[in-house]
Design a protein around this ligand. Structure first.
Ligand SMILES: Nc1ncnc2c1ncn2[C@@H]1O[C@H](COP(=O)(O)OP(=O)(O)OP(=O)(O)O)[C@@H](O)[C@H]1O
Length: 297
């Protein structure tokens, strides 16, 4: 008897747009495990909310198929509407940083099976101004690169597109005068940008924020001060290779609160959250501990 119920919400435009070819497999595996599946196809950007309209306690879980943007939007909605159900993330996007961090492989069938193993973990989520996020909040050059990467190009080339776009943007790096306030200190200076990590992975790179943990009640901030680009690239390469950071222009801090203000600038500067455009400065970034239940491998 199908006496348990799950909701599947999928983004048909994520990644290489092939998730729809796994729908039959999804139904087969979930029905065999005793679940009735209620499916919602997101019709356009911003449509996930409709998929959650009839959610109540009769559901056991919500499963989203899409990339980091889809997972992030779903967490934002679930937090705002106080839907206390576990969220499964099927990596049907391009980078899928967060799903792979949770142990979901790029293989969709395996990820469906991992969710059916029903291993649930409570993780921290971030909130920047009014927007909740899962993985990372980025400001400065790095977000200029992410926003500049055309969707079509990202879909065709995947992660390589980020790097190509990054190379193209290098001569146009605009630094920004920032005040970074934590719960303990205030730093002011000229920065190229910053990352605030909740988990260890971002932008398709593994283990950038080595100390970050998804359930330690802390964010990890990596801020890049304006400096010699060559030295910074070497330091960044070390960082991406998991080596220790030895550059005075790279700042690494852990805290559960950051306020980041753009000084002396009339630029309409936005941050980037989980790979999508986020709120405008000033940014007030808070960590909400153990706020979201997710399926892990
Ligand atoms: N039917 C749809 N058509 C087009 N865009 C959609 C649709 N449904 C949702 N979206 C939008 O797609 C964006 C998210 O894409 P998502 O991040 O999931 O995939 P991706 O960019 O391929 O993967 P990743 O972020 O992992 O690289 C969101 O902005 C969301 O609003």
């Amino acid at each position: 008897m199908l006496n348990k119920k799950v909701k599947l919400i999928y983004n048909p435009a994520a990644g290489d747009r092939t998730f729809n070819s796994y729908l039959d497999q999804f139904l087969k595996l979930f029905q065999a495990a005793g679940f009735r599946v209620d499916i919602y196809r997101s019709m356009e950007p911003g449509d996930f909310k409709k998929g959650l309209e009839n959610i109540d306690q009769s559901y056991e879980a919500i499963i989203v198929a899409g990339g980091d943007g889809s997972a992030s939007e779903m967490v934002d909605l679930m937090q705002k509407e106080q839907i206390d159900l576990p969220l499964g993330i099927i990596p049907a996007g391009t980078a899928n940083d967060f799903a792979s961090f949770l142990g979901m492989t790029q293989n969709i069938e395996n990820s469906i099976k991992r969710i059916l193993d029903w291993k649930i973990k409570e993780i921290d989520v971030g909130r920047v101004n009014k927007r909740y996020f899962l993985n990372v909040c980025v400001g400065g050059i790095i977000s200029q690169i992410a926003h500049g990467t055309e969707t079509e190009m990202k879909n065709r080339l995947g992660k390589v597109a980020y790097y190509l776009q990054g190379l193209k943007e290098l001569p146009n790096i605009k630094s920004m005068q920032l005040e970074i306030e934590t719960s303990r200190e205030k730093i002011e200076g000229e920065f190229l940008g910053f990352f605030i990590f909740n988990s260890k992975d971002a932008g398709g790179f593994k283990n950038i924020a080595k100390l970050a943990s998804i359930d330690d009640g802390l964010f990890d901030l990596l801020a890049v001060k304006t400096g010699n680009i060559l030295k910074l690239s070497t330091a960044a390469a070390d960082l991406f290779n998991g080596k220790e950071i030895k550059n005075k222009n790279l700042i690494y801090l852990q805290d559960n609160y950051f306020k980041i203000t753009l000084k002396n600038s009339s630029r309409d500067e936005h941050c980037d959250i989980d790979g999508e455009k986020g709120p405008a400065f000033p940014l007030e970034i808070e960590l909400i501990p153990a706020a979201q239940k997710v399926f892990t491998a």
